[in-house]
Design a protein around this ligand. Structure first.
Ligand SMILES: Nc1ncnc2c1ncn2[C@@H]1O[C@H](COP(=O)(O)OP(=O)(O)O)[C@@H](O)[C@H]1O
Ligand SMILES: [Mg+2]
Ligand SMILES: [Zn+2]
Length: 643
């Protein structure tokens, strides 16, 4: 890792300068003018979390001119390709923040295992810890309240309307003091609510402030007290009755999460009586505890579950009352190839694989396989899974453009809910690292590991394995093309320039052909369009004689459009043309390449050329000498096979 020009302490300093952790202590009387000056201080949990997310930045794709699909920077560090799910969550938060009934339901994320649900909750929780350490996210609480409640809960009901109308201070009409604060108000503060102590609090999962998590254990041993707290028997003697708030421990996860976030892991695995407690909390904003008054609480409940549990829950008639009080948010796997690569890059960075080099395209082929397993064939036979993958990855494919995606997705309903998880694929990647003396891993290593893993996986059926085998074949074919392409690029020192020359040449000829005109060469001489060249290129991608005219028209229109947009022809703008040009260029030089890479005893000239190629791969394309050599060996074996 290069640390050149970096200073760890200046990074720490820079981070600290964005935070504000100044403490504050005072009374409600002193707090009220602060709220008047800064309405953020009266925010409830959903609104604060929404602000946190939106405040981190919102982006729109260039093509999204109507701003229909916001992308939230808040999640971008750790979550890739799940923008739709994120959007649904933000939408829920918006509704909740504006006080709509939607916010009175529990948000349930459901999806296949390892689709990033826990990751999402973790980001929200960590984000909130940090956010309350900034000026905008500052939270104040009644100082001696066990659940860090909002000081404004002490405002008498009779004043709340006036507070809002005349001073813009919002107090939740449902809010009421917790039993401890109520007791203190009367006993300690002699009913003078303005004198109650207030302090700034910082949310923290480990300090159990504002962030709660519940993970169901064994159903038989589950006790509701983990959620709602319990009587403190050691204090019962002192205070006499169980209903004395001083003899109660407000240490249930739901109590702890007041003002912030409550994460319910595997929510549908809990005893249904727990679910009713959650529901009351979401709907009435109260925590129900035995022999105790209802406790007002304000928190964002985010629950998750897997699909099997979810189906079982839906099928259970006894739980009908619950069904429509839960907002379900589907969290499918990512289906965008480039984003999948980012997931593995993140996981590799988090793991410790020492100094082992991961050859270019390694994570890409693993990602291709992962994404392909998640796709479903649609109605249109012309859209193969491979094409679909490329289309979802932002590249138009023959016969389909980005505009078609919406309809294509409407055709299938299990897409992303099936297939192989990132964790599984990453384990296959990690398996490659267990060899001794390993210096690099290559796409072939990873594909082999994936194959070995699914063959030894007891959970997979014969059909699954057959399907995965087919997909793996597709990936290998794609990899073969990419590998040849890598070598080809490295062979031509000026690959880009050469291919552009070929493109210009082709387009000039096509233009002349379509206009019934002539091509003018550099000497000013006029020639008929070069039929052979055009056909040679077109045949590379199977354009038949009868289809050539429409192909030429389409290419011409597209390429001219990129010229108008970008100032020059862009061969990348047309996938098929690009493939054709690359193949043509490659084939023109195939003999030279083949002779060079596949001779057993290269002569000095060939050797020099080979070393040059390896150098280029190392210097410009991210290879090490070893992985470059392996790539060449692979391509040479392919080339000797195809002749
Ligand atoms: N879309 C994604 N973006 C980034 N990482 C992901 C994504 N999906 C899964 N992961 C990673 O895969 C692993 C499993 O995800 P996790 O959040 O535990 O899944 P879940 O809770 O849905 O079962 C985590 O390391 C997570 O970071
Ligand atoms: Mg999980
Ligand atoms: Zn209280």
């Amino acid at each position: 890792m290069s640390t050149e020009g970096k200073n760890i302490f200046s990074d720490i300093q820079e981070y600290a300068s964005r935070l504000d952790t100044s403490e504050w202590e005072g009374t409600i009387k002193e707090f009220i003018p602060m709220v008047q000056a800064n309405p953020l201080l009266s925010q409830l949990s959903h609104a604060r979390i929404l602000d946190m997310i939106e405040g981190a930045g919102i982006k729109f794709d260039e093509s999204d001119t109507n701003k229909q699909n916001p992308k939230y920077d808040f999640f971008k560090r750790d979550l890739f390709g799940v923008d739709d799910a994120i959007r649904r969550i933000v939408k829920y938060l918006k509704a909740a923040a504006s006080g709509s009934q939607v916010g009175r339901r529990i948000l349930l994320l459901y999806g296949p295992t390892s689709s990033g649900k826990s990751q999402l909750a973790a980001l929200l929780k960590q984000g909130l810890e940090e956010y309350t350490r900034t000026e905008n996210g500052a939270v104040y609480a009644i100082a001696d309240c066990p659940i860090h409640e909002n000081p404004l809960n002490a405002v008498p009901y009779a004043l709340r309307k006036k507070f809002r109308a005349d001073y813009g201070i919002k107090v939740d009409p449902l809010a009421r003091l917790c039993p401890v604060c109520q007791f203190n108000l009367e006993d300690k503060y002699k009913n003078d609510w303005l004198s109650m102590p207030v302090k700034r609090v910082f949310m923290s999962e480990s300090n159990r402030i504002g962030i709660g998590t519940f993970l169901p254990g064994d159903t038989k041993n589950q006790s509701i007290t983990e959620l709602v707290g319990s009587v403190d028997f050691s204090k019962l003697g002192e205070f006499g009755v169980e209903s004395d708030p001083r003899a109660y421990k407000f240490d249930g996860e739901l109590n702890v999460a007041n003002r912030g976030i409550m994460e319910m892991i595997e929510m549908l695995k809990v005893d249904p009586k727990f679910l009713y407690v959650l529901l009351t909390l979401a709907q009435e904003k109260t925590i129900k505890t035995e022999r105790f008054p209802l406790i007002y609480a304000d928190e964002f409940i985010v629950a998750h579950t897997n699909e099997t549990e979810y189906r079982r829950f839906l099928a259970d008639q006894k739980l009908e009352a619950l069904h429509d009080r839960i907002i379900v948010c589907k969290c499918p796997y990512n289906m965008t190839l480039d984003e999948e690569v980012k997931i593995y890059e993140k996981l590799v960075a988090e793991a410790d694989f020492g100094s082992v080099h991961i050859a270019p395209l390694t994570l890409k082929v693993a990602s291709m396989f992962a994404v392909l397993t998640r796709l479903e064939p649609g109605k249109d036979q012309n859209l193969t899974l491979l094409k679909k993958m490329n289309l979802y990855n932002g590249k138009d494919v023959e016969g389909f453009t980005q505009e078609d995606i919406k309809n294509i997705k409407a055709d299938v309903d299990r897409e992303g809910m099936i297939g192989i998880s990132p964790r599984y694929i990453f384990n296959c990647v990690a398996d490659c690292f267990t060899k001794y003396d390993l210096r690099c891993i290559t796409p072939i290593d990873v594909l082999r590991s994936i194959k070995e893993n699914f063959e030894s996986n007891a959970k997979l059926t014969k059909e699954d394995i057959a399907k995965f085998d087919d997909l793996l074949t597709i990936v290998v074919e794609e990899y073969t093309k990419m590998a040849k392409n890598e070598v080809q690029k490295a062979f031509f020192l000026n690959f880009e320039q050469e291919i552009r020359n070929l493109l210009n040449n082709y387009i000039d000829n096509v233009g002349a052909y379509l206009d019934d005109g002539h091509v003018v060469d550099e000497f000013g001489d006029r020639h008929e369009p070069d039929k052979h060249l055009m056909r040679a290129i077109e045949e590379r991608v199977g354009v038949s004689e009868s289809a050539k005219d429409s192909f030429r028209q389409e290419v011409y229109r597209k390429v001219i459009k990129t010229k108008n947009d970008k100032g020059e022809f862009d061969y990348l703008s047309h996938a098929k043309l690009r493939e054709a040009l690359e193949k043509q260029l490659f084939d023109e030089r195939a003999d030279v390449i083949r002779l060079t890479v596949s001779t057993r005893n290269p002569d000095p000239e060939a050797l020099q050329k080979l070393n040059g190629v390896i150098d280029t791969l190392v210097q410009h394309y991210g290879y090490t000498a070893e992985s470059a050599n392996q790539l060449l060996r692979y391509v040479s074996s392919l080339m000797s096979r195809t002749t």
